[in-house]
Ligand binder design. Structure first.
Ligand SMILES: Nc1ncnc2c1ncn2[C@@H]1O[C@H](COP(=O)(O)OP(=O)(O)OP(=O)(O)O)[C@@H](O)[C@H]1O
Ligand SMILES: [Mg+2]
Length: 640
């Protein structure tokens, strides 16, 4: 004897949720199908799990999801042959809200004025099944728990109550039937009785769901238009989620093909990184390090790599929260098992799960790069040439732990080797006895740094200098960086002390002697150059060039000022120091002219020429080329 249907009131929170749903919390109504398919997939997972111990449970091994459209009745059904529900399950799961997060969410909404949702609250909770009321004015559920014979039938119009009773279902599983609202394009209500619409939504959100989602190509029976005759089954989804399969079971070509699919990049990736996380968070990820930098790497509109899935159901592309900006070239997917499908970008920023996943991803990528660096320097240098500059942006960040690992990854040119790049580690091993800093030089181009006069004394005395010429180098190296316990010191800044204490003492004495000798001349040059130069002093860095430009220890470098200007800022003009080589034959000649006649007009011209040379050696550019040409012509007139 079947029991008559009973009417039940929804829990107060559910009413509230339904109300929000109907008044359209989400502009994207298509997501209802994603939710129903995800529930069906969950039910199939549960059955598969129970089948491990009771192999005869359920409908055998053809686990699938089916979508049935009835155009005449305007209904859409989602069927699964999963675990199903008992009547008690239906009452407990549908019609009440168990999740505490959702309750909190609703009370927060209640606090907010009217129906205006604070945007950062959306997505904090799972709307799940109830989202179907966005597109349907009546929903029926017919379900039978695997292992039982009685089915349950449930029905509601989303108006505060539902009826529940016994029903009949041939096989265990669940059928959810939506009586669709009229199509209303303006409201985002598409025609969900159109196969192509359904197929599109499935492809977008549910392509990787592990079970086949079948839709029947069908025809109305001529005599009974409301009944259909199934012609053939079509599987709408590819199911090929390779990220949750063990690495050993996936072939290289499958990994490659998936890379192409997500990146539209036809070159092979340098590395494929499958990741499995267990413990506090459960997630899978599949990341790729591309071989080539994408063309839009520095464009703010760049399409950033990682897509987010929740249990194989697509949630969003370009999930910026999953990887730091400096890893924006990484492509791949992350599939979390614990997030809500409706998670919003605002929530992601604060979500603890996401923070943990992100930390792990960063750790893995850095570890793979470290390994690559050890395994094959050729391959690593190739990577570095393409993407090193982006990775170095990470050195500007605040995460100290990542910074140390990133410093380990940095390779750059050096005065020690003409071709191969070197790392800080290798540099430290080659440091001279008593050397307490890692010396480096930054410049606008490789050419300019490798030929800079600032290197002269270092090379002569056998000190290695690391050479940097990416724009980002100027910035991160300007932040008082240390590698392990060794400070990094720019050789273009402040005073330089090379050699043993004794050697240094001698050098200082010699320089002091020379300063006395040339003091008046230096003062004269300073007067002529006072608008452009902070100081003129004798140099201990130069051996063959006559002059060079340096900055004071804590002053912003000239290149940095230039970069800021390019970014549209107005940095305070900080003048550089002009250093003069007392060992250069020009200097005694200038001194002689000066002592003969302090007001000799040549002195001003020569001062300008010296400064111009120093600019050219530093960057290959002159701040005022026209003025410099005029000075040159004037000098030629004097001597011609
Ligand atoms: N097709 C189905 N088969 C079996 N049980 C189902 C099915 N659909 C829904 N349920 C039950 O109803 C519950 C509520 O579904 P709902 O989609 O609202 O939330 P959820 O799936 O638990 O979480 P969320 O969708 O927010 O991630 C599910 O937890 C499940 O127990
Ligand atoms: Mg759900």
């Amino acid at each position: 004897m079947s029991q008559p249907a009973q009417r039940h009131e929804f829990q107060a929170e559910v009413k509230q949720l339904l109300d929000l749903m109907v008044h359209s919390l989400y502009s994207d109504k298509d997501i209802f199908l994603r939710e129903l398919v995800s529930n069906a997939s969950d039910a199939l997972d549960k059955l598969r799990f129970e089948q491990l111990t009771s192999p005869d449970l359920g409908a055998g091994d053809d686990l699938h999801i089916r979508i049935v459209i009835d155009k005449a009745q305007r209904t859409l059904s989602v069927l699964d042959n999963g675990v199903g529900m008992t009547q008690a399950d239906v009452i407990a799961n549908i019609g009440t809200i168990a999740k505490s997060g959702t309750k909190e969410f609703l009370s927060a909404v209640k606090g907010a004025s009217g129906k205006q949702m604070p945007p950062d609250l959306i997505g904090q909770f799972g709307v799940g099944f109830y989202s179907a009321f966005m597109v349907a004015d009546k929903i029926e559920i017919l379900t039978r728990r695997a292992g039982t014979t009685v089915a349950t039938s449930w029905e509601s119009s989303g108006d505060g109550s539902y009826s529940i009773g016994e029903g009949a279902r041939e096989q265990p599983g669940t059928t959810v039937t939506l009586h669709l609202k009229p199509v209303d394009a303006e409201q985002g209500l598409h025609d969900y009785t159109e196969e192509r619409v359904i197929e599109g939504i499935i492809k977008r959100y549910s392509d990787f769901v592990a079970y086949p989602i079948r839709m029947a190509a069908w025809r109305k029976k001529d005599d009974k238009p409301s009944e259909v005759k199934v012609l053939e089954d079509e599987t709408l989804n590819s199911m090929k989620a390779i990220w949750d399969r063990p690495k050993a079971e996936v072939s290289e070509s499958e990994y490659r093909e998936f890379y192409r699919h997500i990146s539209h990049d036809w070159t092979e990736p340098l590395r494929t990184i499958p990741i499995r996380m267990e413990g506090t968070v459960e997630a899978y990820a599949l990341l790729y390090i591309p071989a080539k930098a994408p063309f839009d790497l520095y464009s703010p509109e760049m399409k950033r790599g990682v897509a987010l899935y929740v249990k194989r159901v697509f949630v969003m592309d370009e999930c910026k929260e999953l990887l730091p900006q400096y890893m924006r070239f990484i492509k791949g997917v992350v599939d979390s098992h614990d997030l809500s499908l409706n998670v919003s970008r605002e929530i992601l920023q604060k979500d603890r799960q996401i923070q943990i996943i992100r930390k792990q991803l960063v750790k893995r990528v850095l570890a793979v790069l470290e390994e690559m660096k050890k395994e094959s320097s050729k391959e690593y240098f190739q990577f570095w040439a393409e993407l090193g500059p982006v990775l170095k942006e990470g050195l500007l960040g605040f995460d100290v732990q990542d910074k140390d690992k990133l410093l380990d990854l940095v390779v750059t040119e050096s005065t020690a080797g003409a071709t191969a790049l070197t790392s800080f580690d290798a540099y430290v091993l080659r440091m001279k006895e008593g050397q307490d800093a890692i010396y480096y030089l930054t410049g606008a181009t490789r050419e300019a740094v490798s030929k800079s006069p600032l290197l002269e004394a270092f090379v002569q005395k056998g000190y290695e200098v690391l050479l940097f010429s990416d724009p980002v180098d100027e910035i991160w190296l300007g932040q008082d960086v240390k590698f392990k316990d060794k400070p990094l010191k720019s050789i273009g800044r402040g005073e330089i002390k090379l050699g043993s204490e004794e050697e240094r003492k001698k050098e200082i004495e010699a320089l002091e002697d020379k300063s006395r000798e040339y003091g008046d001349l230096l003062a004269c040059l300073r007067v002529h150059l006072q608008d452009e130069i902070k100081e003129v002093r004798l140099s201990s860095r130069l051996t063959s060039s006559a002059v060079c430009l340096v900055s004071d220890d804590h002053d912003m470098s000239a290149r940095m000022q230039k970069m800021l200007k390019q970014l549209g800022q107005e940095p305070k003009k900080i003048r550089a120091v002009l250093e003069v080589n007392p060992g250069h034959p020009l200097i005694p000649k200038l001194a002689a002219i000066f002592h003969e006649n302090k007001d000799d007009p040549r002195l001003k011209l020569y001062a300008e020429l010296l400064l111009g040379q120093a600019h050219l050696a530093e960057s290959g550019e002159l701040p005022d080329p026209a003025a410099f040409s005029k000075v040159l012509a004037d000098v030629m007139l004097l001597t011609a």
